[in-house]
Design a protein around this ligand. Structure first.
Ligand code: ADP
Ligand code: MG
Length: 344
C-alpha cells in the first residue's frame, strides 16, 4: 500500500523510483556505494527493494540505534541482529568464523580479544558468498570505533572483490566526513565511492502519488486537498505518505495534519540537536524566521543571547547545520522542519 508508513520493501509499493533502484543494483557491482538524500526521501525503501531484487545474501545494519559514543557492545548487538534474517543462507559459513556462534535462529558475537570476531575475517568470509553489507544512516558510525570499522572496510575494498558495501545517509556532510575519502588520515582515503542521490518528487509525481494512494484504498481523491498538500509538502515522499495515511485513518483536515507533522518534526529536530549548545536552536530559529544573510542571523543570535558572538563560532554552527543536511544557504531543506524550527 502506497500510504503504508513503513519503508517499502517491494517494487510494487514503491512509487516512481524504478530508475534509482536499477541504478543502485548496477552500482552494487562496485565495492562501495552511498545512497544519499534528505530524511524521508525514500532511501531505506529504495535500499530494501534493491536488496530484495538482487537476491544476494545481505546484512542490513540499522545504525540509527547507535549513540554518539557507542562501543563494541552496541555495535556487535546491531550486527548480530542484522545477520539474523540471512541465517538460512549464511549459517554454515558463519559457523566456521571465529567469534561467531549460531544457535538455532540466533547469532552470538564475541568481541573480546581472545577468540573474538574480527571484522576483517568476517568480511573475507562473506566475500565467498558475494554478500552485500548495507548500513542504513551510516553517519552514525562516527565515533570511537570508526577507524576500526573503516580499516576493515578498506581491507574489504582492496581484497574482497565480491563483497559490496552500500551505505545510506540523511546527514550527507557527516557521512562524507565519516568516510574521509579526501582525508589522508582516513583508511578509506582515495577510494572511489559511487554516490546515488534521491531527489524530491516533482509536483506532477506528488499529485499522482497521492491520487494513486487514495484510489488504492477505494477513496475518490479530493483534488483541492491534494493540490494544497502537494504545495506544502515539497515533493518529500515520506511527508506525502504521512499526509495520505492521516487522511485515510482519520479526518482529512489539512490544518490538523500539519500541526501533527510539525510536532513530529520538532521532536526529531530536538533529538538531532541534543548534546549541542542552545545556540544551534537560536540559529535555526533565525533561519526559520527568514533571516537570509550572515549579518541578519548574527544579529538575531546576539539579541537572543544578549552578548556579542564571534564570527568563528557562528561559522562553525552554520557549517555543522549544513553537514547535518538541515539547511543550505540560509534556508531549510524540508518545509516541515522549517515550521518546527520556528517553535524551537
Ligand atoms: P528515508 O530512509 O530516506 O528516511 P524511507 O524509505 O523511510 O525514507 O521513506 C519515508 C516514508 O516514505 C516511508 O513511509 C515510505 O514508505 C515512504 N516512501 C518513500 N519513498 C516512497 C516511494 N517512492 N513510494 C512509496 N512510498 C515511499
Ligand atoms: Mg531511512
Amino acid at each position: 500500500m502506497l500510504f503504508d508508513e513503513r519503508p517499502k520493501e517491494d517494487r510494487r509499493e514503491l512509487f516512481g523510483r524504478d530508475r534509482e533502484v536499477e541504478e543502485l543494483k548496477r552500482a552494487a557491482e562496485r565495492p562501495l556505494v552511498v545512497l544519499t538524500g534528505i530524511r524521508r526521501i525514500g532511501k531505506t525503501s529504495v535500499l530494501k527493494v534493491a536488496l530484495k531484487e538482487m537476491n544476494r545474501p545481505s546484512i542490513l545494519i540499522d545504525a540509527r540505534g547507535l549513540g554518539p559514543n557507542y562501543g563494541k557492545r552496541e555495535f556487535y548487538g546491531l550486527l548480530a541482529q542484522a545477520i539474523r534474517p540471512s541465517l538460512p543462507r549464511l549459517a554454515d559459513l558463519l559457523r566456521s568464523v571465529r567469534g561467531v556462534k549460531v544457535l538455532g535462529m540466533e547469532v552470538v558475537l564475541v568481541w573480546k580479544r581472545e577468540g573474538g570476531l574480527s571484522l576483517v575475517e568476517l568480511f573475507d568470509r562473506l566475500n565467498e558468498r558475494k554478500a552485500i553489507i548495507a548500513v542504513d544512516e551510516a553517519q552514525k558510525l562516527r565515533g570511537p570505533l570508526s577507524t576500526e570499522i573503516k580499516n576493515a572496510m578498506a581491507h574489504a575494498y582492496d581484497y574482497d572483490r565480491n563483497l559490496t558495501f552500500i551505505l545510506t545517509g540523511s546527514e550527507v556532510g557527516l557521512l562524507w566526513e565519516f568516510l574521509g575519502t579526501e582525508d589522508p588520515e582516513s583508511p578509506l582515503y582515495g577510494r572511489y565511492i559511487q554516490e546515488i542521490t534521491l531527489e524530491r518528487f516533482t509536483e506532477d509525481q506528488s499529485v499522482d502519488f497521492l491520487r494513486r494512494g487514495f484510489e488504492e484504498v477505494g477513496r475518490s481523491p479530493d483534488e483541492e486537498l491534494i493540490r494544497k498538500a502537494v504545495e506544502w509538502l515539497d515533493g518529500i515522499p515520506g511527508w506525502l505518505t504521512y499526509f495520505g495515511n492521516a487522511c485515510i485513518t482519520g479526518k482529512p483536515d489539512l490544518e490538523e495534519i500539519k500541526r501533527k507533522a510539525v510536532r513530529l518534526a520538532l521532536g526529531e529536530l530536538k533529538n538531532l540537536l541534543s548534546g549541542r549548545p542552545e545556540r544551534y536552536k537560536h540559529v535555526l530559529r533565525a533561519i526559520a524566521e527568514k533571516r537570509r544573510s550572515w549579518t541578519e542571523v548574527k544579529r538575531f543570535l546576539e539579541e537572543r543571547e544578549g552578548s556579542t558572538v564571534s564570527s568563528s563560532v557562528l561559522q562553525n554552527i552554520m557549517e555543522n547545520l549544513q553537514r547535518m543536511s538541515l539547511i543550505r544557504d540560509y534556508s531549510f531543506l524540508d518545509p516541515i522542519y522549517e515550521a518546527a524550527a520556528g517553535q524551537l
